[in-house]
Design a protein around this ligand. Structure first.
Ligand code: ACO
Length: 333
């Protein structure tokens, strides 16, 4: 089904922020029963970034946002809404978005977080899209920011090798136009029946914090990797095809895919099933690992910076994350 809106929602600027500290596979070899070769062959990851003391989703997110605003030529006072997509908020409350607002001095914005883990950015973009296309807001900032390193069990080789920290941001603007342009559509999905597949089981709202829960490592990520792998490929392909069909477009029309950066084998399988050459798929997980909700905006920013995405290009975003949540977005750049 194609939805008609009175306005377009365009991305005017992108930005990202990666912590300076690099943790290589060789570093992990020193403390874990793993090898650089295993990690590279099974995931494609060589290294990831780790937030320093004092860095958090809000500080990384604010830095990414400043870059996006500056490239968009948009003053911070113009921002009316800040959406932070994070599964590693600074604190339980207030929202990380409110800390970002304070850091930026975005006094005219409403600010809130959304929780859709790795799919967060596509979900956040979808919210921004509705506000812009219906005419409610003119300028919206969407930020994906994570400090996944703080949720890792650093003795669990099946999870801690995969993740990294970072933030990415986009500035979106409402535009009047005869022709659809910018965010063409977003498609978001969830399956709560699979909530346990990827989970941080220790929940402050479920049970009070306890030393027992800390000893049982309930505040760290648990994942059924193989099951996630299979469902990721299936759902990312499905959502991508739905996005194209909704806009009357085909795989031949696609210029670039910016997939969630979880595992090189997932990215290759998705590109293969969509019959898109891997050279047209943005990949940077070798350097950053899986940065959760920050992964797509970081990759999108890099694709813009390195000239992979140019005006007029049709760009597909596709993702799966904990929840389960998944989705796709189609953008005419
Ligand atoms: N180093 C060495 N050996 C390892 C490591 C490691 N780091 N991790 C696991 N192994 C071992 C296992 O113990 C197992 O050994 P065994 O055969 O003796 O039992 C063997 O390697 C194979 O393990 P598998 O789990 O079968 O490995 P697989 O090829 O499935 O790769 C991985 C595991 C990388 C986790 C993969 O399943 C994956 O990427 N899954 C998807 C993750 C994902 O997409 N997450 C999505 C979003 S994340 C979010 O939303 C928060």
């Amino acid at each position: 089904m194609t939805y008609r809106f009175p306005y377009n929602a365009r991305i005017l600027g992108t930005g990202s922020c990666l912590p300076e500290k690099v943790l290589t596979n060789q570093d992990l070899e020193k403390t874990l029963d793993t090898s650089d070769q295993w990690i590279r062959e099974r995931t494609g990851i060589r290294e990831r970034r780790i937030a320093a003391k004092g860095e958090s989703s809000s500080t990384l997110g604010a830095r990414a946002a400043r870059q996006a605003l500056s490239r968009a030529g948009v003053a911070v006072e113009e921002v009316e809404l800040i959406i932070v997509c994070t599964s590693t908020p600074d604190v339980i409350y207030p929202s990380t978005a409110c800390f970002v607002q304070r850091e930026l001095g975005a006094a005219n914005a409403a600010a809130f977080d959304i929780s859709a883990v790795c799919s967060g950015f596509v979900f956040g973009l979808s919210i921004a899209e509705q506000y812009l296309k219906t005419g409610r807001y003119k300028t919206v900032l969407v930020i994906g920011a994570e400090v996944n390193s703080r949720l890792m069990d650093w003795t669990d080789r099946t999870t801690c090798i995969l993740f990294g920290d970072g933030a990415g941001a986009v500035v979106l603007r409402r535009e009047e136009s005869e022709e659809p342009a910018g965010i063409l559509s977003t498609h978001i999905f969830s399956d709560g029946n699979r909530a346990d597949m990827l989970i941080v089981p220790g929940g402050i709202g479920k049970e009070p914090v306890s030393t027992q829960a800390v000893e049982d490592k309930l505040y760290t990520l648990k994942m059924d990797g193989q099951a996630t792998f299979k469902v990721a490929v299936k759902r990312m392909v499905e959502a991508s095809k739905e996005a194209l069909a909704c806009n009357g477009l085909t795989l031949e029309d696609l210029k670039v895919i910016v997939p969630h950066q979880a595992n090189m084998r997932i990215i290759e399988a998705v590109a293969d099933k969509l019959k898109v050459d891997i050279s047209r798929t943005m990949v940077n997980l070798d350097r950053y690992g899986n940065t959760g909700g920050a992964s797509i905006p970081i990759a999108l920013n890099e694709a813009v910076e390195n000239g992979m995405i140019n005006p007029g290009d049709l760009v597909l975003l596709t993702v799966l994350g904990a929840g389960l949540t998944w989705g796709a977005g189609l953008i005419r750049w």
